[in-house]
Design a protein around this ligand. Structure first.
Ligand SMILES: [Zn+2]
Length: 419
């Protein structure tokens, strides 16, 4: 089946676009639907690349609005971890499906996930039709005696992803953080990543306390510790990297690791600093954008977070030219970090793209990039296509009502439903 989009604009020009076998087969002003094509009318819309959410915990949609307005460690230790200990496959499956609905609605075509029951995540991702790199959180409580437990969890998690994943899912190793995983286990994870050729995603330098505790325990800062255990490399994704210094930026740059900034979650959890994007760019660091989980954001709308990224950078640098709109949008699409897997709208590339409404009240006058970053949110997304499959058309995602109801039922089971 060939899908043809006619009448949409790309870079200001009206174009046609044909999709065959999940890829963009033809694109240009003279491209039109052929007999037998399924035709999609793009009038009143613009084609833009799909967005990449570089860091989230998708099933935490179940925790949305639960235990808000608390500091990170109190939030995690007293509220999130006790409920997470009760999670089963159905909780994670329906929580992830709910997250996928929100991401599809708001233009995300690929996400990086760190969460429990990775087999359930893989099933949910496959059923939703979105792309994801999945990894179960690995923790040993910094207790070397629990290292075998961590290794088992890693092996079992990868087996589950292989058993339940499909062409749109990819595995990863996801050590939670340096304050929950021992250096010896981090060394093992680095070796496993190398052996298996799969990425590693880890929370790093999110809070000042993490840095102070690391220096007290190990005599080095978190990024230096990751370098020491061999975990910095081109397959490594560092979520946050808020509390980093110049020397740590140099280490990240030399290693080729990617930083994913999560400005909304950082501000909501009041980590006390903002990731310094211009400094990262001076070092040539690959940078992506993430929402973090809906427990700490509470939204998965990456366009809304792109605005926070841009505004935070301008404010921090006292420079209105910091993080300009087109650059911010490129970061949100994963185009500034090869590891994240962006998909430019070009012939021959995977057909992961959006149609955004330019005939509504938010877009259509002035620069499209400025409109997307500063004036709108994910609500301007009309159509979301991943691997050539239409996951949303005219703002409708198939099965949404049932997914919302089933996720609510799981939230009720866990005692998470508010009044
Ligand atoms: Zn996180």
């Amino acid at each position: 089946m060939t899908l043809a989009i006619e009448g949409a604009t790309l870079d200001g020009e009206t174009v046609g676009l044909r999709i065959e076998d999940g890829r963009i087969a033809a694109l240009g002003s003279t491209v039109a639907a052929a007999p037998g094509d399924e035709r999609l009318d793009g009038a009143g819309t613009a084609i833009v690349p799909g967005l990449v959410n570089g860091h989230t915990h998708a099933a935490m949609t179940l925790f949305r609005g639960y235990a808000d307005d608390l500091p990170l460690m109190e939030w995690l230790e007293r509220h999130i971890w006790p409920v997470e200990a009760k999670l089963d496959d159905d909780d994670v499956y329906w929580g992830t499906r709910l997250a996928c609905v929100e991401m599809i609605r708001t233009g995300t075509v690929r996400f990086w996930d760190m969460y429990w029951q990775p087999g359930a995540v893989a099933r949910a991702v496959g059923d939703a039709g979105i792309r994801a790199t999945i990894g179960p959180p690995l923790l040993d409580g910094c207790d070397p005696a629990r290292a075998d437990e961590l290794k088992r969890a890693a092996g079992d998690g990868l087996d589950e992803i292989a058993a339940h994943g499909g062409p749109l899912t990819a595995p990863s190793l996801a050590p939670h953080a340096i304050y929950t995983v021992s250096p010896r286990s981090l060394e093992w994870i680095a070796a496993e990543s190398e052996r298996l050729g799969i990425p590693v995603q880890i929370h790093a330098s999110e809070t000042e306390r993490e840095v102070d505790d690391c220096v007290a325990a190990h005599g080095v800062r978190p990024i230096e510790l990751l370098d020491r255990v061999g975990l910095l490399g081109p397959r490594t994704l560092l979520a946050h990297a808020v509390w980093i210094e110049e020397g740590e930026r140099e280490l990240i740059a030399a290693s080729g690791a990617t930083v994913v900034t999560n400005p909304v979650a950082n501000m909501k959890l009041a980590v006390g600093r903002i990731f310094d994007l211009p400094a990262a760019q001076r070092h040539g660091l690959p940078v992506g954008l993430g929402t973090d989980g809906a427990g700490s954001n509470n939204s998965l709308d990456l366009l809304a977070d792109a605005k926070h990224l841009a505004l935070g950078q301008k404010h921090l640098a006292a420079d209105a030219a910091a993080s300009p709109a087109a650059e911010t949008l490129a970061i949100a699409a994963g185009a500034r970090a090869p590891l994240l897997g962006s998909t430019p709208v070009e012939a021959g590339r995977p057909a992961d793209l959006l149609l955004v409404r330019t005939d509504g009240h938010q877009l259509g006058i002035g620069s499209l990039e400025a409109g997307l970053v500063y004036a709108s949110s994910g609500s301007v997304v009309d159509t979301t296509i991943v691997a050539g499959r239409v996951l949303m058309r005219d703002g409708v995602v198939a099965g949404e009502a049932e997914i919302v109801e089933r996720a609510r039922a799981q939230g009720r089971r866990l005692g998470l439903l508010g009044g």
